[in-house]
Design a protein around this ligand. Structure first.
Ligand SMILES: [Fe+2]
Ligand SMILES: [Fe+2]
Length: 184
């Protein structure tokens, strides 16, 4: 698999660490264990900045347009499905952020909402990642030409550069820390 697609797959593995932390947090909250607000905020900040702001943005703004130029998804098929899932995931992140804020004010209902939305988010994103890994990225590797892959790789490097020095390493460490602390 070519480098730009491999890097997207690697980001999936990083995001999955945070999803395992999220599942562990939900189990703990549901069984009455108090999870520090700081951990909840750190988790929501991570998925908002890395999964949505960095990874999904690269797919939306760079990979999908490159695929469309090769005629993929013009029938309103797979790319539209992926795009709608990104939007649903983004809406859930906003709901999770609101729930964390309300939990800070002691709202029981917000705690319930957090668990429900976090489970929806992990289910949706797990299935989404599976579909991209098994279908979309394989297809992309086949249909994209070498020149496309090269310019995609350069654009991905630029996106990483724009995050700032060592930002990717910090995100990977955050995901690992969250997994170590909360995954079951
Ligand atoms: Fe995606
Ligand atoms: Fe993805």
């Amino acid at each position: 698999m070519s480098h730009p697609l491999y890097s997207l797959k690697h980001e999936h593995r990083v995001i999955e660490r945070a999803l395992r932390a999220m599942e562990g947090i939900c189990v703990r909250i549901a069984s009455g264990v108090e999870v520090p607000a700081e951990s909840l905020s750190r988790l929501v900040d991570f998925i908002s900045a890395f999964a949505d702001g960095f990874h999904h943005r690269k797919e939306e703004e760079l990979l999908f347009p490159a695929l469309r130029r090769q005629g993929i998804g013009e029938d309103g098929g797979s790319l539209e499905v992926m795009h709608r899932q990104h939007e649903a995931e983004r809406a859930l992140i906003m709901a999770l952020r609101r729930a964390v804020e309300a939990m800070g004010n002691g709202s029981e209902a917000a705690t319930q909402r957090f668990v429900e939305d976090a489970r929806r988010y992990t289910d949706l994103l797990t299935a989404h990642i599976e579909l991209e890994d098994s279908v979309l990225f394989r297809l992309a590797d086949e249909v994209l030409e070498e020149a496309d892959k090269k310019s995609l790789g350069e654009a991905f490097r630029q996106a990483a550069f724009e995050l700032g020095p060592n930002a990717i390493e910090r995100y990977e460490k955050t995901a690992s820390d969250l997994e170590r602390a909360w995954a079951l």
